[in-house]
Design a protein around this ligand. Sequence first.
Ligand SMILES: [Zn+2]
Length: 175
Amino acid sequence: MAAIFAYKCRKCDELHEGSPSFAFDAPAPYRYLSEQEREEWAELGDDLCVITHPEGTQYYVRALLEVPIHGVEEPFLWGVWVSASETSFQRYLDSYNKLPEDLIFFGWLSNLIAVYPTQKSRPADVHIQTDGTRPRVRLHRSGDESDALVIDQHEGISIARAQQLAEQALHGIQA
Ligand SMILES: [Zn+2]
């Protein structure tokens, strides 16, 4: 397996090295809030986000969604946020001190990835890691799955597709 993924970008002509990695600094619902709502309702850190709406509290956890690249050791990485129930959120917080027996919680993917457009919400299992790294997201796959992101995560992608996705994510979908 090649350790390092590198390609000469067709859009900017530069050599991009290392497996592609893109991250969102906040869950989408946070971005939709006004400046004032953020101040009044939201707490956003590097790994956690809590939005205390008048109607109820929403919990989000920063996680990693890995898409394997065939023949390359390091996966394509999406730094995404997932929702968590209050119970799951507390379990995740507690895991900083002591690993829980159940390392998996349910969450909804809470970012829109432009190169993987969808109209649907994406359910996932979120796996708390025993080595202290960010939790890993495993998207649910249905029997007749048509969501390209789900298929890519479960089946992996070619180096050519990884390059194409990275170019689009870096420089915009439009050529
Ligand atoms: Zn480029």
